[in-house]
Design a protein around this ligand. Structure first.
Ligand SMILES: Cc1cc2nc3c(=O)[nH]c(=O)nc-3n(C[C@H](O)[C@H](O)[C@H](O)COP(=O)(O)OP(=O)(O)OC[C@H]3O[C@@H](n4cnc5c(N)ncnc54)[C@H](O)[C@@H]3O)c2cc1C
Length: 594
């Protein structure tokens, strides 16, 4: 039996970020995923676009950084046509690049072997090889969406809406229910450039104007989140997943028939159905119970937890129980009835570490949409960007647990170390400042000068408490209009200093999505190439005794975080920004030297 430090089950974006974060911090990791491609709902099998703490169109500089941003920037650079298949392979490449990760695709976790409230091993079945085998680890992470590992291991979990009194949530129903949000099959269409007929298959439901009613058919190129089934009294999103898929096919074909043949959408004349999802995207099922259950009140108060390890900010987007089968869908004129109700979250809120591990299975983390949150909180935390930063927090927590040979709960004793490691790995933890004891700029005598700068964005801002814009504070060095030969920032150490690494963080515009999407409206909000502010070409010069001892040149950069490894004794380092993707100013959010 193969043994790991950490096994992640479920290779959606949350599981990917958990595995990568752990592996990069030295943890021997296995990623077990039951599908042929990585990404979960963000894969080519489902095609959901990655949103996060900023609502689309109102990002409030809240876009996630860390591993998810690294993946998305690479994707933005090379996947210009918004192909989800290419995104699948970028995810695959990111995992394959980590020597500390063994990837098991097409491999389903079947059961867990638990002793003394700890998972010792899991049984898995790999469908492509027809092999059943067992994998052991000290720590496990459930990012299956459905909390399948937690369920198999006997972890405490909840499903459905809590009663209002449970967490004193004003938006929760009076009585608890087993209701969840439903599942959806998306589709895309193609314009053939000539009229094309569509005949509704006999098995597809006939959709009437009454039924479609006020549903938002805002685009004909793809459809439709509100074609949603399950989570009501009849169909559970886990136990009836197969029936739900069949129902969704019948509804979605019916909707397309209405679009093609009702006469309400003459612009659909040339459209054919091009791609149709086979794996219903799920929104909600089981959630584990951890040491803390994040709830509506925390989100509304933008609560700042002392054990903050992640954050969210999407509104509470609480879909109507029953989805397309709900009675209101037949009452097209009832303007108060909607497919979802948005309850505002007016600023980012934080997510505590205590919500990321099981309260009774001692070595089990749970991320993505099966973490320890109430139904109301899940209606916000479930977006993929938030699931991803939760994954990064878990992977980094697992690194601390592995380092000290302790259990997830005991990592609470090392909270500051965990938070600072997350920040070092470019996670954003609202209100938690960088305290980097190893950084030579903040810990030795040196002077920073620049070719030019703007008010409040002077040289010292390149090594400040936060490495990104927060509200109106840029927290960056920003030059005046860029000169022909670039703009520079220079660090002069008082004494000759041995250095090993220079880390630069650039500005990817935290206010604008860069994710792949099937929706034109979503794509149209993006810049065509890379974010304007991001630095493309730059050079780093290293000096000793007035002589240049080394020069590094970087062309065509597309990442926010750039690490340069050197072994040098230096008196000064000069970084010259030569080109960005269109902004008139040079910007560096953060500069560290080790
Ligand atoms: C139609 C639709 C529209 C949505 N719109 C948005 C949106 O616009 N933006 C947004 O950010 N979010 C959106 N969401 C929500 C979001 O997609 C999910 O909440 C999110 O994907 C959850 O991420 P996850 O990593 O927890 O799980 P998933 O993405 O579901 O990934 C979990 C993976 O684990 C695998 N798995 C399950 N069981 C096992 C097992 N036993 N062994 C191995 N692997 C297993 C699953 O196959 C799955 O691929 C939408 C969801 C749907 C369905």
């Amino acid at each position: 039996m193969k043994k790991y430090d950490f096994i992640v089950v479920g290779g959606g974006m949350s599981g990917i970020c958990a595995a990568i974060s752990a592996a990069r911090n030295g943890v021997k990791t296995a990623l077990v995923h039951n599908r042929p491609v990585l990404g979960g709902n963000a894969s080519s099998e489902v095609k959901v676009s990655i949103n996060g703490a900023g609502r689309v169109g109102n990002f409030r500089h809240a876009m996630e950084s860390g591993v998810i941003l690294e993946i998305l920037l690479k994707n933005k650079k090379i996947n210009v046509g918004h192909s989800f298949n290419i995104l699948d392979h970028i995810n695959w490449e990111f995992i394959k690049n980590e020597s500390n990760i063994d990837l098991y695709l097409n491999t389903s976790m079947m059961s867990a072997n638990v002793e003394n409230d700890e998972i010792k091993s899991i049984k898995v079945f790999q469908v492509t090889t027809q092999k059943e085998f067992e994998l052991a680890a000290d720590l496990f992470c459930d990012t299956t969406g459905d909390a399948n590992l937690a369920y198999e291991a006997g972890a405490d979990y909840i499903i459905g809406h809590e009663a209002r009194s449970t967490y004193n949530e004003s938006l929760a129903p009076e009585e608890a229910t087993k209701h969840t949000m439903g599942s959806t099959l998306l589709f895309t269409t193609r314009d053939l450039g000539k009229p094309v007929k569509f005949k509704r298959p006999e098995w597809a439901y006939e959709m009437t104007k009454e039924y479609i009613g006020r549903r938002c058919v805002h685009e004909l190129s793809n459809g439709y989140w509100w074609c949603e089934v399950g989570g009501d009294d009849e169909l559970s999103t886990t136990e009836n997943a197969e029936e739900i898929r069949d129902e969704l096919i019948k509804y979605a074909y019916g909707i397309f028939d209405y679009i093609k043949n009702s006469g309400d959408y003459p612009e659909a004349e040339n459209l054919m159905l091009d791609w149709f999802g086979a794996v219903p995207g799920k929104r909600e099922s089981r959630r584990i119970i951890g040491d803390y259950v994040l709830n509506q009140n925390d989100l509304e108060a933008h609560r700042r937890f002392s054990d903050t390890v992640a954050y969210g900010g999407w509104g509470m987007d609480d879909h109507t129980v029953g989805g397309i089968r709900a009675e209101f869908f037949k009452k097209a004129n009832n303007k108060n009835e909607k497919g979802t109700i948005w309850h505002p979250v007016t600023d980012v809120y934080t997510i505590p570490y205590r919500s990321l591990y099981s309260r009774n299975i001692k070595n089990l983390y749970a991320g993505g949409r099966c973490l320890s949150v109430s139904h109301m909180a899940l209606s916000s935390t479930r977006v993929i960007g938030t699931c991803s930063v939760i994954g990064q927090a878990i992977g980094t927590g697992a690194a601390i647990a592995t380092k000290y040979k302790i259990l997830p709960r005991e990592v609470n004793e090392h909270m500051k170390e965990l938070q600072q490691l997350l920040i070092k790995d470019d996670a954003y933890l609202p209100f938690i400042k960088t305290e980097d004891k190893e950084d030579l700029i903040s810990n030795t005598a040196c002077k920073i000068t620049t070719s030019s700068y703007q008010e409040n964005c002077g040289p010292e801002m390149v090594n400040s408490d936060f490495a990104r814009r927060i509200y109106d504070d840029e927290n960056a060095w920003i030059s005046q209009q860029m000169a022909e030969d670039g703009e520079f920032i220079k660090v002069d150490f008082e004494q000759t200093t041995p250095i090993k690494e220079v880390v630069l963080r650039f500005d990817p515009d935290f206010n604008r999505t860069v994710a792949t999407s099937i929706a034109e409206t979503h794509r149209n909000r993006q810049v065509e190439e890379m974010p304007y502010q991001l630095i493309r070409d730059y050079k780093i010069e290293f000096f000793k005794d007035g002589e240049k001892v080394k020069e590094l040149e970087v062309d065509d950069n597309y990442q926010r975080v750039n690490k340069h490894y050197v072994e040098l004794d230096v008196d000064s380092i000069k970084i010259t920004i030569l080109k960005n993707y269109g902004d008139p100013y040079a910007r560096i959010c953060d500069l560290r030297v080790y």
